[in-house]
Design a protein around this ligand. Sequence first.
Ligand SMILES: Cc1ncc(COP(=O)(O)O)c(C=O)c1O
Length: 482
Amino acid sequence: MPEIKFYKHDPLPMEMHKVKIVQKLNLLPAKERLEKMKEAGFNTFLLHNGDIFMDMLTDSGVNAMSDNMQSAMLRADDAYAGSETFYRMRDKLEEIFGIKYVLPTHQGRACEHIIAQRFVKENNCVIMNYHFTTSKAHVTRLGARVEELVKDEGLIEKSNLPFKGNIDLDKVRACIEKEGADNISYLRLEAGTNLIGGQPISYENMKEATDLAKEYGIVTVLDASLLQDNLYFIKTREESMKDKSIREITRMIADLFDIIYFSARKFGFARGGAILVRDEEMFHSMEDYITMFEGFLTYGGMSVKEMEAMIIGFDESMDMDIISQGPQFIKHCVDVLDNYGIPMVTPGGGLGAHINARQFVDHIKSEEYPAGSLVTALYLCGGIRGMERGTLSEERNADGSERIASVEMVRLAFPRRVFTLSQTEYVIDRVKWLYDHRHLIGGLRFVHEPKTLRFFTGRLEPVSDWPEKLVEAYIAEFGEDQ
Ligand SMILES: Cc1ncc(COP(=O)(O)O)c(C=O)c1O
């Protein structure tokens, strides 16, 4: 959707829907939020949703469904085997992606588990533009490693480059030559790189990277979980694609890959996942994993109601009016905060607005988790739950030392069709207040540290009484009841 013009002021992002069902929000006073944060071990994943005002943790499984999605749920065909719902889903995916073999799974990481089980061998390497936490964990669990070959510019937080998720083709070739093609399990491209700010990858780069992989006989895999945002960016930022429809662009992308998988908690606005496999033999070689780990081949652990909803959601993901809204809200949030001088990842990408925590709280050392500390402070000062995406989300090196993340960010996710502009303005306001009081934020340390994916369930404590002092300053500004 092009921006809607206003008579009296600059364009604003516009909701292209009306609200039919609402959920009441709860804004706890700051002192109560401090108590809840202590109970949650200073880990925002362990907060209860009822204690959160603006849940911007993720866009995963929390996107709003449309009326058409809800009504489609009524026609779900409950059957352990051979559900008509599955065949409708399979046909819709074939219509959109042109791939007829579909393996259903319960969510995105289940796809990653199965693809890794099928292709990864010990000491192998998987080439990616950038990793996602679960996509990497499934590879390393099997004794292989990930080579992240995003172009250097992708890691520069502030720029106006349109495709910061692009992979560096020279590095890909050098990596293949060094490792030997037989030792590379697959090339995985993530369309809309989650961990570096939802930054997109261009069609041209996907084409060149997959051509290179094919030259060496390497399997090509697309993680399409964030494809809908990436499609918007290709259409609006890639000159050669601007006259193509979203459906045409999707098919051109799909034609490049042997395997496409996605989390339908994102792509499809519902909850589930699927692996699309081009080659029949390859498809059969993966079926057993579905029946072993997910469920029967016609539901894969998903509820058939969700599957019916996502069939409509796939079509909605091909609608430019619908997929424009997220990136436009994110751009608004990023641009206003950037104009305030707050270190944001620019340009705004998909999925959420990303704050450069390393700069925001540059007095906190990496070992005390700047992004983790900032995310804690944001909950205390506004009831906003963002997600830490930095050193806390990394796993330690083999010698026990911290692996310092190359990018230290806080993500404020914009679940699709969920928040209004006034809620977005509230978030902007509280981030600005926090920036002006950033010297009050201190670090965190672990008191319980799981070995794998520690950010999900680990418990922490502040290194001083900074949370109390921060809350005091907040109350002095906004009053006891906010
Ligand atoms: C790019 C990407 N791939 C895979 C996943 C994993 O999907 P899920 O959360 O459904 O397991 C996510 C989830 O956030 C993601 O963003």
